[in-house]
Design a protein around this ligand. Structure first.
Ligand SMILES: Cc1cc2nc3c(=O)[nH]c(=O)nc-3n(C[C@H](O)[C@H](O)[C@H](O)COP(=O)(O)O)c2cc1C
Length: 184
């Protein structure tokens, strides 16, 4: 619980998990938060695959994670959510080409963070995983051809104890600009 700002401040990447299953009701609440997210032209490209089965999770960590960042810690997570994107031909392919923006990644990012924040509110931990092998994951989970694997999110009860680590973030003075005038 807490205000939205408290939940935002509390969320951090959790890479150690208790060996404790996550209640189905909580999983549904977390995905419901993603379902309500905004998306480009409301196309809602997200599709979520919740992987609880230990053999599938094992295969995902061994064969589906990145090379440079192995993400071995993910084998402790009781749940790995595969966030896929079912691309809309007009918005995501033609629109993206015209604007030079991958709208589906924005859509997925918003929905995924809704999930991460809701998980935090429910006492759960998450970690985004961007280092993965899409092809291997598609094979392991038999994911339809037309879906893109966009990101992974681990989910579970955090193992960590003690005070939270300090957050390393740029200051407002480095990232915020009011009324910046162009061209002189
Ligand atoms: C799109 C995305 C991809 C990420 N990929 C990984 C990853 O592959 N492995 C990992 O351990 N952390 C990954 N992270 C977590 C970031 O390292 C983390 O969010 C960042 O260092 C800030 O720390 P915090 O989440 O604890 O605030 C990823 C985060 C995002 C948003």
């Amino acid at each position: 619980m807490g205000t939205l700002m408290e939940i935002i401040a509390r969320r951090h990447s959790v890479r150690g998990y208790q060996d404790k299953p996550v209640e189905r009701e909580k999983i549904l609440q977390i995905v419901e938060a993603a379902r309500l997210a905004p998306s480009t032209s409301n196309v809602q490209p997200w599709r979520f695959i919740v992987v609880e089965d230990p053999r599938l999770r094992d295969a995902l960590v061994k064969k589906g994670m990145g090379i440079a960042v192995p993400n071995r810690w993910a084998k402790e997570a009781p749940i790995i959510i595969i966030i896929c994107a079912h691309l809309d031909w007009i918005v995501h392919r033609l629109g993206a080409r015209a604007a030079g923006l991958q709208y589906y990644l924005l859509d997925i990012g918003i929905a995924g963070e809704h999930m991460a924040l809701t998980a935090t509110e429910l006492g759960l931990g998450t970690c985004w995983i961007g280092w993965f092998r899409a092809k291997a994951i598609k094979n392991i989970l038999n994911i339809p051809k037309g879906w893109k694997v966009a990101a992974l999110l681990t989910l579970g009860y955090p193992k960590e104890e003690g005070p939270p680590k300090p957050r390393t973030r740029l200051g407002l003075d480095e990232i915020l600009f009011f009324n910046r005038l162009g061209g002189s």
